[in-house]
Each structure stands twice: as structure tokens, then as C-alpha cells.
Design a protein around this ligand. Structure first.
Ligand SMILES: NC(=O)c1ccc[n+]([C@@H]2O[C@H](COP(=O)([O-])OP(=O)(O)OC[C@H]3O[C@@H](n4cnc5c(N)ncnc54)[C@H](OP(=O)(O)O)[C@@H]3O)[C@@H](O)[C@H]2O)c1
Length: 318
């Protein structure tokens, strides 16, 4: 099978993790990297992907014919313009989360992609993890009965990271972390969950330092989540049904999922194994593109657009 060529746009922290994860994956390689500064691209390539071509502008890289997928790993407020740049150069894209700064931007990207028959996916890595499928399978099979309630938290002591406190770069706890519990709630309760309450503590720059939010699904089922940039939390989640419950260790990078019966007895436990979420999401994109798809079934455009709409509402309620 022909090698699947990935181009990395933006040589930052997560781009380095992605490049390291893709090294040695069969059939996939980082073929190019682009930075706003040539010397940064060259140093990045030398360190993480020595065979990749290094470009000193994003525009130059998206014109490279051999690239099958551009991974956009720039700050949140740049995702939209970078995505449009790629689509206008007829490149498929995998865009880091949060996909855009608004639903309007997300819709505009999908319109451009549809008109050009190009692939687009949001890098919501949890959607590609096998344990995500396990959770949804248990619920579909009725193992916990009807879902009544969900809760989760996600927090890291990261407010010294400049990108995360700068409103011009799309900082804030909800955009950085809140999209994970929102995605989990949507996966279980449906894309039409609706924020009914939001409370946050603001940082001096105006972004939310920590946020508690309640999403309501059909039948009044609620998801309560807390995200923070101010403290490390356990990152756990829980899905409660009328016949049992599921406990998730680390909703940001599933470590294990446990199924309990209605008496609180552990009946099944599954643990993480295999590839990292970074590798899985790129493999899923490669499979979809090779099969002529323009969306990943694991993270369809409808979900990304709905998630962007929920984010709009959560941010407006702060
Ligand atoms: N860090 C994580 O754990 C993580 C996890 C999952 C997702 N993400 C997502 O990935 C994206 C990037 O996060 P990151 O932590 O990798 O960010 P980062 O280390 O700050 O890197 C972002 C890169 O974007 C480029 N860039 C373009 N315009 C910029 C500007 N005006 N200011 C700063 N950088 C600019 C820079 O690359 P060049 O100078 O090379 O052009 C920079 O190195 C975000 O959307 C984030 O939500 C991050």
C-alpha cells in the first residue's frame, strides 16, 4: 500500500507529540512540517521526523503535492484560517480541538470542504479510542439500563501556559478542557444536549480559569462537569443508569472503564491497550480517505458542528 503522507502545520507542543507518535507507524509518515519560521521547522523536523521536508511558511507546505492530510496544530483562534488555507489548496485536514471558535466558523469549513469534496475531521482523540466504543457498547446493550445522570471532571495545573490564558489565542478552561466532557456527554445522550447552567471563575485576562456546566439531554437527563486550569483533578467520569453504572478513569485519555450492576458490584473492567489516541485518529483519517470518505464515522461533521454550537452557548453563559 502507498505511504500515507501527513503534513504538520504549526510546530508546537502537541505537534511534537503527534510526530513522535507517528514515527514507526506502518504505512504513515510525517512527510512535511511547516512553521512560521523556517529555522523552527528545520529544528522540529531534525528532532522528530528527519525525513520530513521543512517549510518556513504554512502556504508553501499546503502546496506540496504528495501530502494526503494536513494536521493543524496551531492555537484555537487560528484553526479557521489555517483550515481554509488548506482547503483552498485542496488538502484534507485533521484539525486540533476545539475545532473552531464558533459554530459559524465550523459550518463555513464544512461548506468549503463539501464543495471541494475534501476530508475534514476534528482531532477529538477520545472518539477514536477503543474504550470509548466499549462504553457506548455497554449502554447500547442495556447493561446499565436507561441513562439517568452523568458527571465528570478534568483539570490540570496549567495556567502558566501562555496560550491557555490568552483570549487572543482562544484560551480558557472550557475551550481547552470542557470540550472533552461535552463530547462524552453528546456521545451518550445525543448531539442535542443543551447547556442549562454555567458557572465560572474568571482569570485576570478574562478567560475562564475553571468552569462548572450542566448539559441536559432528552427526558431531562443531566450531565454535570467541572473543568479547571488551576488544579490537577482525578479526571474521572461516571454514567449512571437505572440498572447499574459505568466508571471511567481519565475521561481525557481513557485508562480503564468499569461496569457495575445495580447493587454496586463490579461486573466487568476493560483497560487501555494498543496504540495511542494520536495514532488511532490519524489511522482513522487514513482509512476514511483511502475509502473515499470525506468524514470520519467516529467524529462526523454533524457532531463537530453541534459541539461548536454547544460551546458557543456555554461561552455566552459565562
Ligand atoms: N497541548 C496539548 O496537550 C494539546 C492536546 C490536545 C490538543 N491540543 C490542541 O492543539 C492546539 C495547539 O496546542 P499546543 O499546546 O501544541 O500549542 P503551542 O505549543 O502553543 O503551539 C502552537 C503552534 O502554533 C503556531 N502558531 C501560529 N500562530 C501562532 C500565534 N499567533 N501564537 C502562537 N503560536 C502560533 C506556532 O507554530 P510555528 O511557530 O511553528 O508556526 C506554535 O508553536 C490547540 O488547539 C490545542 O487545543 C493541545
Amino acid at each position: 500500500m502507498r505511504m500515507f503522507n501527513v503534513g504538520i502545520l504549526g510546530c508546537g507542543q502537541i505537534a511534537a507529540v503527534m510526530a513522535q507518535n507517528l514515527a514507526g507507524v506502518d504505512g504513515i509518515r510525517v512527510a512535511a512540517v511547516a512553521s512560521r519560521e523556517k529555522k523552527r521547522a528545520t529544528a522540529f523536523a531534525k528532532k522528530y521526523c528527519p525525513d520530513a521536508k521543512a517549510f518556513g511558511t504554512y502556504e508553501q507546505m499546503v502546496d506540496m503535492k504528495e501530502i494526503d492530510l494536513v494536521y493543524i496544530s496551531t492555537p484555537n483562534t487560528y484553526h479557521y484560517e489555517n483550515a481554509i488555507l488548506c482547503l483552498k489548496a485542496y488538502k484534507n485536514i485533521l484539525v486540533e480541538k476545539p475545532f473552531t471558535m464558533s459554530k459559524a466558523e465550523a459550518d463555513s469549513i464544512f461548506t468549503e470542504a463539501k464543495n471541494r469534496n475534501l476530508f475534514v475531521c476534528e482531532a477529538m482523540w477520545t472518539a477514536f479510542m477503543p474504550l470509548h466504543k466499549v462504553i457506548l457498547g455497554w449502554i447500547k446493550d442495556g447493561r446499565i439500563g436507561s441513562v439517568r445522570y452523568m458527571s465528570s471532571n478534568l483539570g490540570y495545573d496549567i495556567k502558566d501556559v501562555p496560550r491557555l490564558t490568552d483570549p487572543m489565542l482562544g484560551g480558557g478552561a472550557y475551550l481547552d478542557l470542557g470540550v472533552y466532557p461535552t463530547h462524552l456527554a453528546m456521545s451518550v445522550l445525543g448531539d442535542d444536549v443543551y447547556p442549562i447552567a454555567v458557572r465560572c471563575r474568571k482569570y485576570s485576562t478574562g478567560i475562564d480559569e475553571d468552569t462548572t456546566f450542566v448539559l441536559e439531554g432528552q427526558g431531562g437527563v443531566q450531565n454535570v462537569s467541572y473543568v479547571t486550569m488551576d488544579a490537577r483533578t482525578d479526571g474521572d467520569g461516571s454514567i449512571v443508569g437505572d440498572r447499574g453504572f459505568i466508571r471511567i478513569r481519565n475521561i481525557n485519555n481513557y485508562e480503564s472503564v468499569e461496569l457495575f450492576d445495580k447493587d454496586g458490584k463490579l461486573v466487568q473492567k476493560e483497560e487501555r491497550e494498543g496504540f495511542s489516541g494520536y495514532t488511532l485518529e490519524v489511522q482513522a483519517c487514513a482509512d476514511a480517505i483511502r475509502n473515499g470518505l470525506i468524514q470520519c464515522p467516529q467524529m462526523p461533521w454533524s457532531r463537530t458542528a453541534a459541539l461548536a454550537g454547544i460551546s458557543d452557548r456555554v461561552l455566552s453563559m459565562m
